[in-house]
Design a protein around this ligand. Sequence first.
Ligand SMILES: [Zn+2]
Length: 71
Amino acid sequence: MDELDLAALQSEAFQTDALNQFKRHRQPDNNPGTACIDCEEEIPLRRRQAIPGCLRCVDCQQQHETEAACC
Ligand SMILES: [Zn+2]
């Protein structure tokens, strides 16, 4: 590994750090992935615990299912 590779690596690490800090700053109370992908409202903790990895709030999930989409 020469100096150029090392510099690129450090730069990448710095950007990732800055990005993470930016995300944390924007969403102080939110963990990533806790917002409904349709309406972007926070999904209640109880729902997330009951359905790990769920992507939608109750309302949007029901609407999604009645629309008979593929996923
Ligand atoms: Zn929703």
